[in-house]
Design a protein around this ligand. Structure first.
Ligand SMILES: [Zn+2]
Length: 394
């Protein structure tokens, strides 16, 4: 009979013993800056990581794009690789492990904020979101190989290059791999405290364009229609759609308009971010934004954009994956918790296909997209153990 507790404990000590190697690998990833849409940089890190995964016996493919760089896919399944990665029967759907190699940090950030360790914290641009997650995924596969243990299914890694800018390029391959998967493990950072993300809001992005008529502000003010004044009315109308009880939020994050103070503005624009909890609510608010009406006579509105990512809803597939993860965590005395967040990820795209998704499996820490971004070094062994056990058992 399998001794479950022993399974977790052996992995835990493997990761404790290999802590220095794991940190070195993480540093290696952090020191390859890879801001989203810096195509050369994101292609380089994908190539370099691909080389490492090839050495481990994976079949690696890169999907390249001139604007976004390269997304990496690695399949641990083909014949001729060491025993743990030999292909299981063909009817078995794969297990997908999804991460991203792009960050929000401009090239040069590393010089100002290099990788560094202070007591239990490791700092560096992109370390929490999500180069530490990528690292533990690599070491989870390495541990299973080194210990002669096998994943339950063929495993595919997908490491994208454009998650931070909406996955416009990678979406196609994400959805294709998602459809071929039994479940997807997303190595995004957890909620600080280590909570998995079993629900994420959906995301919409809109551009509201207001057109009026220009006129001399001193000589002929009444001949003009101010697009800026009209936009001010529209911003208040958009703000009025906020519904915190329902989890619906809208933010006018950027406004532009006009040319000079003595000219009545002919055009003004606003960029709007929308978050919502259910597909129906997303449709309702989208319709409301598209139906905005001008307040000033003669002003015209145009709305571009729409829903970018559907919500990751805590379906029964998601709930049962979480319960499974919770039981695996308990093997090593780790009380795993869950929560919901407003931010979207590539997990949303896969969940929308009806596939079970477990998100937030990265290393605990804080400061995603912020200057104090860091991970907790002491959390690495148990998160790597949890991930390896999931890969082994899902
Ligand atoms: Zn991320």
């Amino acid at each position: 009979m399998k001794n479950e507790t022993k399974d977790g404990a052996a992995l835990l000590s493997y990761f404790e013993d290999n802590r220095a190697d794991i940190l070195q690998f993480m540093q290696w990833l952090v020191e390859q800056e890879s801001m989203s849409r810096e195509a050369e940089a994101t292609a380089r890190i994908a190539r370099n990581l691909g080389d490492r995964l090839s050495e481990m016996g994976a079949r690696v493919d890169l999907f390249s794009d001139l604007r976004f760089g390269a997304t990496l896919r690695a399949r641990f399944e083909h014949a001729g690789v060491p025993a743990p990665f030999r292909a299981p029967p063909l009817e078995d759907k794969q297990l997908l492990v999804v991460g991203h190699l792009d960050t929000v940090w401009p090239l040069g950030t590393l010089a100002a904020r290099p990788f560094r360790i202070e007591e239990d914290r490791a700092y560096g641009p992109g370390i929490f979101d999500m180069k530490s997650g990528v690292t533990i995924a690599v070491f989870a596969m390495r541990a299973l190989r080194d210990m002669g243990r096998s994943p339950q299914r063929p495993v595919t890694f997908l490491m994208t290059c454009d998650e931070e800018t909406g996955s416009l390029f990678s979406r196609e391959v994400i959805e294709e791999e998602g459809r071929a998967s039994h479940a997807a493990l997303i190595i995004e950072p957890p909620i600080p405290g280590g909570l998995l993300k079993t629900a994420r809001k959906g995301v919409g992005e809109f551009e509201l364009i207001v057109r009026g008529r220009s006129a001399h502000a001193g000589n002929d003010p009444r001949a003009g229609i101010s697009a800026i004044t009209e936009l001010a009315h529209q911003i208040l109308a958009v703000n009025a759609m906020n519904d915190y009880e329902r989890g619906t939020t809208l933010n006018v994050g950027v406004v532009r308009g006009g040319i000079l103070s003595n000219v009545i503005a002919a055009e003004a624009r606003a960029s709007i971010d929308m978050r919502f909890q259910t597909v129906e609510e997303g449709e309702r608010i989208t319709e409301a934004i598209r139906s905005l009406q001008p307040t000033l006579d003669g002003a015209r509105l145009e709305v571009l954009g729409g829903i970018n990512r559907q919500p990751l809803v805590r379906t029964k597939e998601v709930a049962s994956l979480f319960e499974h993860a919770r039981a695996l965590a308990a093997e090593i005395g780790y009380d795993l918790q869950e929560g919901s967040v407003g931010g979207g990820s590539d997990g949303n795209l896969i969940a929308a296909l009806g596939v079970g998704v477990l998100d937030g499996l990265g290393v605990d820490g804080a400061g995603a997209h912020a200057e104090h971004e860091h991970i907790l070094i002491s959390d690495i062994p148990r998160r790597a153990t949890l991930l390896a056990r999931l890969i082994e058992t899902v």
